[in-house]
Write a protein that binds this ligand. Structure first.
Ligand SMILES: *Cc1c(COP(=O)(O)O)cnc(C)c1O
Length: 357
């Protein structure tokens, strides 16, 4: 079935092994982040067999689908108050920054007679979610609120970097997180088990031995699936970057001009397009579109293919320079970057296939 997202389980396992060894050497636990591939249960099942301490995702729905996998689960995106019932049911730990939501989590946890673990998000300057690190009184206040709740345990602190503000993790900014954790422990006589120092962009700090002592955990998504840390975009030695492959089928091949004929308005997405005149070119259409893929995040394995564009359900390729002679029904393969994996995984029209080398 096509289009097909082919996932090489062993390549991802290899990446996990390399990263878990690197983390263990630095006394760090690993949370495997599954959101980019929608936590496909069969895949998570295989990946979670060893080397992993937590499974983490931003969607409760994904974690609900893998509830049967017996590894502690973290909800990465701070919960919607409307989903708190499912959060306490399907997630052992949730990241939080709003007291109203935490009160509601407490109420739901009480109903189930469980203790739900809460991690406070601290914003070190990337300016997405969390308490701004300079406003300590605000942070102490919520710690006190949490400590008064019967069915919530304050599990620790976490920060997220290199997402909105593209701020890179450093020895200095992560030390702020560690120090804040210690201050809370001393002030309230408690122990915080979990100080999470970021995502795939924190890997570089391990190579340079700059990870502050006291960080206990990293949450890794992209570096596991693409073998690439995200602070500087460097590939991890011996890790695979091609575990995900997209395979599409050719449904039309025609020689046509490279510039549309007629008065140009806006395209299917309301954009005014620009076309370069390359004369008559050989064009192939493959059966996939913007509903299934981010065309800026996929790379043809045949590097003589040029992606010209796509509408909702058709992608147009320039195959004029290909040595390979394409025919109707042939398959065209693409390597994927992060957004490519994300969108293809999310489309129900893309068939997912797990392979073992
Ligand atoms: C998505 C996400 C991650 C994983 O990020 P990668 O860059 O894919 O490693 C970690 N933490 C949070 C809060 C996230 O939302």
């Amino acid at each position: 079935m096509y289009p097909r997202l082919q996932i090489d389980v062993d390549k991802i396992k290899n990446n996990i092994k390399i990263l878990s060894e690197l983390l263990r050497k630095n006394d760090l636990e690993m949370a495997m982040v599954t959101k980019s591939y929608c936590a496909i249960p069969k895949l998570v099942e295989e990946l979670a067999k060893d080397n992993i301490d937590y499974i983490a995702d931003s969607r409760v729905e994904n974690l609900k689908n893998i509830a049967y996998i017996n590894i502690p689960k973290i909800l990465l995106r701070i919960p919607m108050i409307s989903e708190t019932k499912d959060v306490v049911k399907y997630c052992d730990i949730s990241f939080n920054s709003e007291v109203d939501t935490i009160y509601e989590l407490n109420r739901c946890a009480k109903e189930l007679d469980i203790k739900h673990k809460v991690v406070l998000m601290i914003d070190l300057g990337d300016l997405r979610e969390g308490f701004f690190y300079e406003y300590k009184q605000e942070i102490f206040k919520i710690v006190e609120d949490i400590l008064s709740l019967e069915n919530i345990k304050l599990y620790g602190l976490a920060t997220n970097l290199t997402c909105y503000g593209a701020v890179i993790p450093t020895k200095e900014n992560l030390q702020i997180l560690v120090d804040l954790g210690k201050e809370i422990e001393n002030k309230y006589g408690i122990k915080l088990d979990f100080i999470s120092g970021g995502n795939s962009s924190s890997i570089d700090l391990l190579k340079s031995q700059d990870m502050p002592k006291g960080i206990t955990n990293l949450r890794l998504g992209e570096v596991i699936i693409l073998g690439k840390e995200t602070a500087y975009g460097e590939y991890i030695e011996d890790a695979y970057s091609d575990a995900f492959k997209l395979i599409c089928e050719v449904i039309e091949i025609k020689e046509k001009p490279s510039i549309p004929i007629g008065k140009i308005g806006v395209d299917a997405f309301g954009n005014k397009p620009y076309y370069e005149d390359k004369g008559i070119i050989k064009r192939a259409i493959v059966a996939i579109g913007k509903q299934d893929i981010d065309i800026t995040s996929i790379i043809p394995l045949d590097n003589n293919i040029e992606i010209l564009g796509a509408s909702s359900d058709h992608m147009i390729l320039n195959i004029s320079n290909c040595k390979n002679d394409y025919n109707i029904g042939d398959k065209v393969e693409f390597k994927l970057q992060y957004a490519g994996v994300l969108v293809a995984s999310t489309s129900k029209y893309v068939y997912k296939e797990l392979i073992h080398r």
